[in-house]
Design a protein. Structure first.
Length: 236
């Protein structure tokens, strides 16, 4: 036995073509019946081989397409997750909202009672034993009220210590605990601990020139209730 190229002419073709396939054939094939059987067998083998090749090619194409689709989908979801993480990080690192307005003006004077009366007579302030409360509307929501305290103190008050200045300003803040934590990280002097009342949270700090500052995270609803209970009339 030896390897030969066996071919057969395709019928009906204008230009004869051959199907060539390397097979093991006998050295002598003179028997017509044998030759016919051999030719039919070769046709079957050749057509099966082509079918298998076509199936293999289609299967490979399908796998490649599926893999490409999977990679694209994975890339999309990974990109979405990455953007979400970045957004969360950005939100987490956003600067906190700090001072939102003036909460109070406090100053020393020789006679607080006389000063209150003078301001009531000449400037129309509705004063009480502490001074006056200015009532206003909040900029980000005009349905909500805001309040600022104005108060004269006696010249011997210790409320402004350790500052030696004649005044102290109260600033309204949005999140006192977060702000104090940030101030401490920045080595700002915090003179006391946060005190909490129904009408808000308070703490005191010192600025770079030795001025004492009062920080207030207000609860304006409770602050208004307190004023009504004491019979105070706001200035507005």
């Amino acid at each position: 036995m030896k390897k030969r190229l066996v071919g057969r002419v395709r019928s009906g073709a204008s230009n004869p073509t051959f199907l060539i396939s390397p097979v093991q054939v006998p050295r002598f094939t003179r028997n017509p019946t044998y030759n016919l059987a051999l030719s039919l067998s070769l046709d079957y083998l050749t057509s099966s081989e082509h079918a298998n090749n076509s199936f293999t090619i289609r299967l490979h194409t399908m796998k490649k397409t599926a893999l490409t689709t999977l990679v694209i989908a994975a890339s999309f979801f990974l990109g979405f997750a990455f953007n979400a993480i970045i957004a969360d990080d950005s939100a987490g690192s956003a600067p906190i909202k700090k001072v939102t307005g003036i909460g109070g003006i406090f100053f020393k004077c020789k006679d607080p009672k006389a000063v209150r009366a003078w301001y009531q007579t000449h400037l129309g302030l509705n004063v009480n034993q502490y001074g006056t409360v200015f009532e206003w509307r909040q900029a980000d929501d005009s349905t909500k009220k805001g309040f600022s305290q104005w108060s004269p103190f006696g010249e011997k008050t210790k409320y402004f210590e350790p500052s030696t200045k004649e005044f102290m300003i109260n600033y309204r803040v949005a999140d006192l605990e977060a702000l104090v934590a940030e101030l401490k990280r920045d080595s700002v002097v915090v003179t006391d601990t946060i005190e909490t009342y129904d009408y808000g949270k308070f703490v005191h700090i010192m600025d770079l020139e030795g001025n004492k500052i009062e920080l207030w995270e207000p609860n304006d609803i409770e602050y208004e209730k307190l004023g009504i209970q004491e019979g105070a009339v706001t200035t507005k």
